[in-house]
Design a protein around this ligand. Structure first.
Ligand SMILES: CC(=O)SCCNC(=O)CCNC(=O)[C@H](O)C(C)(C)COP(=O)(O)OP(=O)(O)OC[C@H]1O[C@@H](n2cnc3c(N)ncnc32)[C@H](O)[C@@H]1OP(=O)(O)O
Ligand SMILES: N[C@@H](CCO)C(=O)O
Length: 381
């Protein structure tokens, strides 16, 4: 199923005891929708030590706007510095004393891995909209070559949430012999019509911004307004009515330094939730590429775990891993019942699948916030 891939180069730099950062480049990657992409670079980080047999590795896959910095051994308790910090480290559910933990920035991303902002070797200009459509399977196949390059023979586990959960599920289906355990968090076998709809509105906001310019913009000069609106919309889908009531209610804006993007002083910026969304939009513009947002959100839409197999059951029956599915009771992007149904189907097909539901008001993003519940859940795997 996986075509021959040649490695070209890679480096790994220790940044402190037990933590390294690196890049790895392969010549070309055959894509699920046809064609070849190359060279493809993945930026990655590792924590812990690989054993002599190459069997104690854990792969962590990040969410839509995440990056390879899942853990920071110098600041292990700060989730703002590294997005899954509280779950990774010595004695934690992803135990770096026992496991060699790997996290790479996803194919199509903008934090060191090849994506639409990378230079196309054929034109010597950024790919922009000449970047091919990539899928979750392509991301996973690229990760597979990285893992092989690191001399990992077996993955003790793959963990991921949201679009990272789609990747974790794809790992278990595409490489059943390699994945011993898998945690699919806040993700299902395919995104709902509602989820696709939210993503399309976000993409249209980006593409309607004149600064988008059909995807051709200089680094740092992209569609800031469009990307900001896309993030504002997406942040609503990552939360819930309950959490937004708790956090903001109808309170007046509490943060005066946030500038309301409206000409009339009372058309926006009056409510606290509005300022929160403006701030989130501005923050994403500082750290994320708009074209990457288009391609990654599209990969999320296109994902269908049955694609390439005769049926959904044929795909799910391939899973050999011990599988943990985690739903979130307030998630309306990947509703918990879809995650539970997926787990049940894997079990009905003879798989070793467990379902756990987090009880949280925090919606989809609960897997990035509910540390105590996530710790207990991941310990079940
Ligand atoms: C830094 C990074 O994210 S690195 C990349 C890796 N990231 C990821 O993988 C996930 C991306 N991150 C996220 O999705 C989110 O940050 C989450 C889910 C982790 C947390 O989201 P939130 O619940 O909105 O977090 P939180 O309440 O801490 O607010 C975040 C920001 O909104 C600001 N904010 C909170 N309330 C308000 C308000 N009422 N008005 C204005 N701003 C507000 C905070 O000050 C904070 O600002 P900062 O990020 O500049 O420090
Ligand atoms: N808050 C997450 C949600 C997407 O799953 C992110 O920004 O990556």
């Amino acid at each position: 199923m996986v075509a021959q891939i040649n490695y070209t180069k890679g480096f790994l730099t220790p940044i402190r005891e037990g933590q390294s950062t690196g890049t790895y480049t392969l010549d070309r990657l055959p894509l699920q929708r046809g064609g070849l992409l190359g060279p493809v670079t993945l930026a990655y980080e590792t924590w812990g030590t690989l054993n002599a047999l190459g069997t104690n590795a854990i792969l962590v896959t990040h969410a839509l706007t995440g990056d390879a910095h899942a853990h920071d051994s110098e600041h292990p308790d700060d989730a703002k510095i590294a997005w899954w910090n509280p779950l990774i480290g010595p004695g934690r559910p992803i135990d770096t004393d026992r496991y060699f933990v790997i996290c790479s920035n996803v194919l199509g991303g903008c934090s060191g891995s090849t994506g639409p902002a990378s230079v196309d070797p054929r034109t010597e200009h950024p790919y922009g909209m000449r970047f091919p459509i990539i899928t979750i399977h392509d991301m996973v196949r690229a990760q597979h070559t990285l893992v092989e390059h690191l001399e990992v023979r077996q993955l003790a586990a793959v963990y991921g949430g949201s679009i990272g959960g789609q990747q974790a599920l794809a790992w278990a289906v595409l490489y059943p012999e390699m994945v011993q355990r898998v945690a699919v968090i806040a993700a299902s076998g395919s995104l709902t019509a509602q989820g696709i709809a939210f993503n399309e509105v976000a993409r249209q906001a980006i593409m309607a911004d004149p600064q988008w310019n059909c995807g051709d913009y200089a680094p740092g000069r992209g569609p800031a307004t469009g990307l900001s609106i896309a993030r504002m919309l997406a942040m609503i889908t990552y939360q819930s009515e309950e959490s937004m009531e708790q956090r903001f209610g109808r309170h007046a804006a509490r943060r005066e330094e946030v500038v309301s993007p409206t000409a009339h002083p009372d058309l926006g910026g009056r409510f606290d939730v509005e300022n929160y969304l403006y701030h989130q939009g501005e923050s994403l513009v500082q750290r994320f590429d708009a074209n990457s947002y288009l391609y990654l959100s599209r990969a999320m839409d296109l994902f269908d775990i049955s694609e390439g197999f005769s049926s959904l059951d044929a795909a799910l029956a391939r899973i050999r891993s011990k599988a943990l599915f985690i739903g979130i009771n307030s998630d309306f992007l990947f509703p918990a019942r879809h995650v539970r149904t997926l787990a049940e189907r894997v079990r009905q097909l003879g798989g070793n699948a467990t379902y756990i539901e987090l009880a949280s008001p925090h919606g989809h993003d609960a897997f990035l916030k509910e540390w105590a519940q996530m710790t207990v859940a991941l310990q079940q795997l």
